[in-house]
Write a protein that binds this ligand. Structure first.
Ligand code: LMR
Length: 394
């Protein structure tokens, strides 16, 4: 049997992680996988998470299963964090999932069950794993224009042209904030135009929100998701706690399905639980528990928000510094978009040859499409990166 299997294409981001690890150079710079690192290159456990973990270690009395939807307190706290009452709580079906990726996977599966012929419209480019999961599920994908490599911004006219092809029941996958891989985001005014196009066609929005708090702040970063959920009859939302709570390996996410009324919500809830049961049964609890402890305790929540804000402003400062260094060294403003982008990532618009030379000659590891993880930098490596880009003619 096993001899019938074929090699799977390597995941480019994970492959890059391996290549970086294997590189013996001491001054190598890892701008690959989307994991936050502080100035010392460490991915810290956030203070509030550590405190919640200590508390939970004392309080936890059993390791018996939770419900299929996970701990209800986690869903309540996360629905509140993401949606802040923009729709009634009893319109929102929600299940805990293994990470944001688990939520994305379950959302697509729900779509396939409900609308087998639905096409999923995705931005060009999008997170590669979106495409790979859709392919794995045998779902049709349509790309819409998104990134304008000439300006480093969004090709909004192109996007709207492509959304003209939407049909009833199609899905439009949007990034809630901090677009991965480009760093270029829609304005709220543009989002309202997208909402109109979706509603006109009868298409259903799906939002992947994996970086709330990494862009313009916790509230501002939820604005797109709230606008869409408040204005569309139905919305699917895949939320990740990996980045903003720094609990990557705990695999903590929440899938929400916003329904028009309580009755439809109940059906959706049952289906989401069914999907959990078929795929992995009960969702992981530890990370979800830590998140609900932090979000429901005033002091821990305040401390978490303060630390998250330090992370966010630190990344913004690195963006400014890199844009400024490149402005000085190149004598042009062509990299000015780096300071305008938000979140962990920016797509620099460098050719694959330049990306390869940066790796070979300077030990700088970025994804082949020239996506950098800004949090992989610090104030000392920013000038080195800027100089390296100029040296290889980037
Ligand atoms: C990324 O894009 O680097 C992150 O979302 C991590 C991953 O799983 O790819």
């Amino acid at each position: 049997m096993l001899n019938n299997l074929h090699e799977q294409p390597a995941d480019k981001i994970l492959q890059l992680m391996q290549a970086y690890k294997a590189d013996p150079r001491e001054d190598k710079i890892d701008l690959g996988v989307g994991v936050y690192r502080n100035a010392a290159g460490v991915t810290p456990i956030m203070r509030a998470i550590k405190a919640a973990e200590r508390r939970w270690w004392e309080e936890e009395t059993t390791k018996a299963y939770t419900g299929l939807a996970g701990d209800p307190a986690f869903a309540d706290a996360m629905v509140d964090l993401v949606l802040d009452g923009v729709v009634d709580r009893d319109q929102v079906a929600a299940v805990a999932t293994p990470g944001g990726t688990g939520a994305v996977r379950q959302a697509f599966e729900l779509v396939r069950m409900a609308e087998p012929g639905a096409r999923v419209f995705v931005s060009d480019p999008t997170w590669p794993n979106h495409l790979s999961i859709l392919k794995h599920l045998g779902m049709e994908t349509v790309t819409y224009r998104y990134f304008d490599s000439a300006t480093g911004g969004v090709d909004f006219a192109g996007m709207m042209d492509d959304l003209d092809a939407l049909k009833k029941g199609d899905i439009v996958l949007l990034h809630g904030c901090c677009h991965n891989p480009t760093g270029a985001n829609l304005t709220l005014t543009q989002v309202h135009e997208v909402i109109e196009a979706m509603n006109r066609a009868g298409a259903v929005p799906m939002i992947d929100i994996a970086y709330q708090g990494f862009g313009d702040g916790l509230e501002a970063d939820a604005a797109v998701t709230r606008a869409v959920a408040g204005a569309c009859p139905e919305t699917l939302i895949a939320a990740s706690c990996s980045k903003n709570f720094g609990i990557y390996r705990e695999r903590t996410g929440l899938l929400m399905a916003v329904a028009q009324d309580k009755g439809l919500r109940a059906v959706a809830q049952g289906n989401l639980q069914h999907l959990n049961r078929q795929n992995f049964s009960f969702p992981p609890d530890h990370g979800a528990r830590l998140v609900s402890i932090v979000l429901t305790d005033d002091a821990l929540r305040a401390d978490w928000q303060a630390e998250l804000e330090e992370v966010r402003t630190g990344m913004l400062a690195l963006r400014e510094q890199l844009a400024e260094d490149l402005r000085r060294l190149s004598g042009s403003d062509r990299f000015g978009f780096i300071a305008q982008h938000r979140g962990m990532f920016s797509r620099l618009g460098l050719s694959p040859e330049v990306v390869a030379r940066l790796r070979e000659e300077h030990g700088v590891y970025m994804v082949g499409d020239s996506r950098i993880n800004v949090a992989g930098l610090n104030t000392e490596t920013v000038p080195k990166l800027a100089q390296a880009i100029i040296d290889v003619g980037g």
